[in-house]
Design a protein around this ligand. Sequence first.
Ligand code: G3I
Ligand code: 9MR
Ligand code: ZN
Length: 447
Amino acid sequence: MAIAAPAGAGELLRMTVRAFHGQRCGTGVDLGDGYRYGACHRRAAFHSGARGKTLPVNKGWHDAGDYGRYVVNSGIATGTLLWAWELFPESFEDIDLLDEVRWNLEWMLSMQDEDGGVWHKQTSLDFPGFVMPHDDESISYVIGKGSCATANLAAVSAMAARIYDGAFAEENLKASRRAWRWLEQHPNVRFRNPSGVATGEYGDKDCSDERLWAAAELWKSGGDRDAKVHLLANLHRAETGPPSWKEVGALALWRAALEGDGHSMRRTVAAADVVVARAREHQWRIPMRERDFVWGSNGVAANYAMQLLVANEIRPDARYVAVARDILDYLLGRNPFGMSYVTGYGKQSVQHPHHRPSGADGIDAPWPGLLAGGPNRNRQDPVLKKMPRGTPPIRMYADDQESYASNEIAINWNAPLVFLLAGLESRSPAAGAVPDRSLPIRRLSDD
Ligand code: G3I
Ligand code: 9MR
Ligand code: ZN
């Protein structure tokens, strides 16, 4: 089945960036066509254990289908968008990406405590019902402090220090250095949900990859000698990708590679070659292994594309761009469901994402430009639990609001989609980013 694209690739990029605007917290939002809400989540407090002089600003993006804000996930999402802007600025000529990202950066900066450490998250104690943001009256608590959150802030503020100008740039550099110092004293303060707190945990036992990423970005921004020493001593431990909220080492590796580190360049290119080879063997021409179909697998797929497009900056290779495009085609419709996983894009697209504003606004169509989490072979919600035994991982998905483990949306999945669209627009201008209709679409029976 051919997927008719209602709008061009540039339009899709605009939609996916605009979707971040629709995640803004603390302010009224209006995307047109009735997609709007009023200022939200302005009642804040410190949770026990967290204590600061001033509460964080009422900004940032809602993480996903819920209204929490989590520094760890915010970090990779923000970092990915800034990477897109740094590598492919021409794709954003008439999109104000930096303004959008700044809204979130200001909240992240305000999550830094006086001692340089960073609070882990700001959420209610439990997930609210499916109400609009301004109807969620629960108190938004600042909760915990940890090394992973601190390192994420250190990394993105180091990036912001070289991307933005003036006082904001300086503020970021200072914040990054303070976070770095705190990490030297507290390399592995692990965050766990305190009792009575049931919102997302983003728990991670190992914050060394986050710290490595921070070191790389701080080094690139000329911020710190110790950061460079740390980077050189630990770079060999970096993963090659794809990155995820839990494992960001590849961002350090790529940063070093883009700065001309030969060993990192070779590792990056070799890993990309493996990804290409696997995609070529795959029934749907994607590099996904069975074990990649986890919660947020569409984000995994988009991050593979990011990996290839970064490798393409290091050693240009048409195969890297081609497989990145195949991944986009998979997300937009060349998949077992013949459906676009991006809301509002394609003839048949996600209709019932686990996204509170989409569920509560009284409008049938969901908020546009959002990437659904995608197939998840682990039966982690009531809908997935009921799927027939033996369902292939790539088909463990339901376009059902109750399926939060396959059909939620999240900023860390939309961000690599933005990166992918921006990269394809810059690096394959003639091709565009519309699904390739000449390819045979496999039907369900071909599995
Ligand atoms: O990678 C592992 C694999 O090694 C393991 O063997 C396998 C078996 O369970 O699972 C894989 O890990 C999964 C991991 O996601 C992959 O990143 C875990 O099962 C899975 O539980 C975990 O899910 C996370 C989920 O929160 C639950 O904690 C998602 O990554 C994460 O994106 C999601 O984030 C939520 C926030 O908590 C709250 N806000 C919404 C957001 C999106 O759903
Ligand atoms: O809405 C929540 C979603 O954002 C989370 O990713 C998910 C997993 O933590 O949980 C969702 O909330 C559900 C809760 O965990 C269990 N009761 C039903 C909630 C959804 O309606
Ligand atoms: Zn809000």
